[in-house]
Ligand binder design. Sequence first.
Ligand code: GDP
Length: 287
Amino acid sequence: MGIFKKFFDKLKYIFKKSQLDDDFYDELESLLVSSDMGVETALDILDELKAVCKQKLIKEVDAASKELKNILISKLNQDKIEFSYPLIITVVGVNGVGKTSSIAKMAKYFLGQKKSVLLAAGDTFRAAATEQLNMWAEKLKVKIVKQGEGADSAAVVFDAISSMKAKNNDVLIVDTAGRLHTKTNLMKELEKINNIIKREYPEAKKLNLIVLDASIGQNSIAQIKAFKDSVDIDGIILTKLDGTSKGGVVYPIVNDLSVPIVFTCFGEKVDDISPFDVQNFVEKILM
Ligand code: GDP
């Protein structure tokens, strides 16, 4: 599997070739720092690794890598996410981050959990967005609620909730417009959507998830903050973890911003998604 390919490749190189000497620790430090986990976290991890290797008299690189894994796990303070149903997921994010494909991937994931899924084409800003989502709905054989270009996205959501209730669907996934430069309008629109959901289906579990492209590393923190100023963000879908060495950014996101990662995506295929699990995530880094 290609997840964290570059990070992993470099890590493997370090762990294969080096002795547990200063060079080894220097190389590991620059690798961790360049993964965008933050200098402080990287140095903390290194200090802990040095201390534990000293204490346990570890001389083998292989044994050190096991200790590194434990430390990487212990430094990510996030519980496993549990879903409850009926569930309404509103998906926000900047265009191009992988919003549409993440919706399709989540739909496929919930179908795999034997849940009935409904999509709402709430990005009424671009005709192409509805078309693209519609294509996925056909492919996955799930129902989609849509209106024409320029329609009121809150009205689409209202319709979708009626349909969800009538059909007793378990999961509704709502697409929303993804343009930062129309920020004020966009944020108002999101607020309106959120209010409709709260009003029309208060007993449903509501999650606002932001889609972030992992390859932009630290910049994703600015994106979360920009959205968080106006709407509640309950969690993150982190995409494009395949082929990036910037995935260490999960550390500041989870630890400093206290926003949990809900799903990770690691490829273009519709199955390339998994609910976030700390252990599994770190194992994928080191595998
Ligand atoms: P949107 O504009 O945010 O809706 O983005 P799309 O879902 O259309 O995705 C934009 C591009 O990113 C497409 O070419 C996707 O195939 C690609 N993409 C999305 N998620 C991933 C991922 O996890 N890994 C890779 N390699 N590509 C992805």
